[in-house]
Design a protein around this ligand. Structure first.
Ligand code: MN
Length: 400
């Protein structure tokens, strides 16, 4: 909650970004269902907000929904995801406040541990595996000089025995769930994949989680709903996000998972179902009009062919330089008015493939600043700000 604001607008009645209202609506539907079906337990897989310091009104919108579970005495586990963590000290997660305030029946999962929870239907064990980063697990001397792959390997070596110890302590007579915020190595990723190449992200092998001691593995982090274990033994499920964060999720169904578990039977029978949430549609209208005889007409036709009412729309079209004057932008804006919000991005087809400068070719060993000078000299449009760029470059290079 608090993301995707660029795809929304301020609701004049509430003064709140409509995308926050969309997320609240989705979350409210989930909580409504939990209450109306009198569930025993609610699991939240992490990443409540884009970062650990959400604005108060965003945090309040989240809390206002979850407190309804506390009111109904429904046990709830809030797992800490990477976006919930603050870099400073222990308990430094946006969700830790729920523990500090001792919200009844709420558990905050910010470390690896197993929580035995008594529900109206009996006991259940939930092992939490929050997002772990290197500073949680490793000391600076341990990682000194190690490449990123080595650091990740070392992290996995540390996690495995800790998780193993939790698994061994599980009571085989009580249903057990692993709730993990992780990037699992066999998952299909969307925007989250970019985390993988930074020091912040690493992948956990499916074999760590895919254990018969767990009756269900509930995952957070990846926004695309998927089951990583089609044999369902146990199910290893990403429910996905409850709303679309950006256009990379345009074609995804959004929803929540309802899990049914038999109380005591060996093996414990588990059924899970994905329930669609009524989310705001995202629509990309993309066309190339370079060979069109009626540029404006074709653009309007492409817009009319879509149901854009209340959708977040982007119109991307490619045209040639000569066609620019044939476009009446005012008419395009009028045609897109029905959308919730929209953006128009024309692109000229004159983009030549970028030529590599021979001076900067592979194998040339030149000073970075000289390379920058050569690059700027090759770009007419940069000449005016060449001095500023060089100065900025000097400053950046002097920062070690
Ligand atoms: Mn995450």
């Amino acid at each position: 909650m608090g993301s995707s604001f660029s795809h929304g607008k301020i609701n004049p009645e509430t003064q709140v970004n409509t995308r926050l209202e969309d997320f609240v609506k989705s979350l409210r539907t989930c909580i409504d269902q939990a209450i109306s079906q009198a569930v025993d337990l609610v699991l939240f897989g992490g990443d409540a907000f884009p970062d650990s310091t959400p604005p108060p009104y965003v945090q309040e919108a989240f809390a206002a929904q979850f407190r309804r579970l506390a009111d109904e005495k429904i046990a709830t586990v809030l797992l800490v995801g990477n976006h919930d963590q603050h870099t400073h000290g222990q308990g430094g997660a946006s969700l830790s406040i729920y523990r500090t305030l001792a919200v009844p029946h709420f558990i905050v999962g910010d470390d690896i541990g197993t929580h035995k929870i008594t529900t109206p239907s009996g006991q259940i064990q939930v092992t939490t595996l929050p997002w772990l980063n290197r500073s949680n697990l490793l000391t600076t001397p341990e990682t000194k000089g190690l490449p990123l792959s080595g650091v990740n390997e070392l992290m996995l070596k540390k996690i495995q025995p800790i998780l193993e110890a939790e698994i061994r302590r599980l009571d085989p007579n009580i249903p057990s769930i692993l709730l993990a915020h992780a990037m699992v190595d066999s998952a299909v990723y969307g925007a989250e994949k970019f985390l993988a190449v930074t020091s912040k992200g690493f992948q956990i092998p499916l074999s760590f989680l895919n254990r018969p001691e767990f009756d269900y593995v509930a995952l957070g982090h990846v926004h695309t709903h998927q089951n990583l274990n089609p044999s369902n033994d146990p199910p290893v499920i990403y429910p996905g996000s409850i709303e679309r964060v950006d256009f990379s999720e345009e074609k995804e169904d959004k929803g929540y998972i309802m899990i049914e578990m038999a109380e005591k039977a060996s093996p414990i029978e588990v059924n899970w179902t994905f329930h669609l949430l009524p989310t705001r549609p995202f629509k990309t209208i993309k066309l190339d009009v370079t060979t069109s005889q009626d540029v404006q007409g074709d653009l309007l036709k492409a817009i009319k062919a879509q149901n854009i009412k209340e959708a977040v729309v982007r119109l991307h079209y490619t045209l040639s330089k000569e066609q620019v004057d044939l476009i009446n932008l005012k008419v395009l804006h009028e045609a897109l008015k029905e959308a919730h919000t929209y953006s128009i991005r024309p692109e000229l087809n004159t983009h030549k493939s970028l030529q590599r400068l021979p001076e900067l070719g592979v194998g040339s060993h030149i000073d970075p600043l000289d390379a920058l000078k050569i690059y700027i000299n090759s770009k007419d449009d940069l000449k005016e700000i060449a001095k500023d760029i060089l100065e900025a470059g000097q400053i950046l290079l002097s920062e070690k």
